[in-house]
Write a new protein. Structure first.
Length: 120
C-alpha cells in the first residue's frame, strides 16, 4: 500500500480525503521535524518509504531531488489552490494511476489531470 508524507502546506481536508480512502497519510506538522528544512522532510519521506505530497515547486526540481533517489513526489500545481479542485484532482489521479509503480516517480497534479516523470 502506498504511504504518503503530507508537507506542512497541505490542507488537513486533503489528508482526511486520503485517510478516508484507506491510505496511510502522515503529516509533517505532526512529527518531531515540524518546521524542518526541505532536505530533512525529503529524508523522512525516504526513510519511511513515503511519497511526498507538496505544493512546493522546488521538490519537482530533478537537479535538487533526483527522481531515482526517492519513493515518489506529488507536486500539486493547482492555482488558485481551491480545496474542492485539489480533492477532485487527487480523486482522478487515484483512479487512473497505478500506485504500485510509484518509486522514482514525479507527479505534477493539475486541475485537469496529471503529468508523470519517471527516472530513466
Amino acid at each position: 500500500m502506498t504511504k504518503f508524507l503530507m508537507d506542512e502546506n497541505i490542507p488537513p481536508a486533503v489528508v482526511d480525503f486520503l485517510r478516508n480512502r484507506g491510505f496511510d497519510a502522515k503529516e509533517v506538522r505532526q512529527t518531531e521535524i515540524h518546521g524542518a528544512s526541505d532536505d530533512e522532510i525529503m529524508q523522512l519521506a525516504i526513510q519511511d518509504g513515503r511519497v511526498l505530497v507538496t505544493f512546493d515547486k522546488h521538490f519537482s526540481n530533478i537537479l535538487l531531488y533526483p527522481i531515482h533517489s526517492y519513493c515518489g513526489v506529488i507536486r500539486i500545481r493547482i492555482h488558485p489552490p481551491l480545496l474542492l479542485d485539489i480533492i477532485q484532482a487527487f480523486d482522478l489521479f487515484l483512479q487512473k494511476f497505478d500506485l504500485a509503480n510509484f518509486r522514482g516517480t514525479l507527479i505534477v497534479l493539475e486541475r485537469e489531470g496529471f503529468r508523470v516523470r519517471r527516472s530513466s
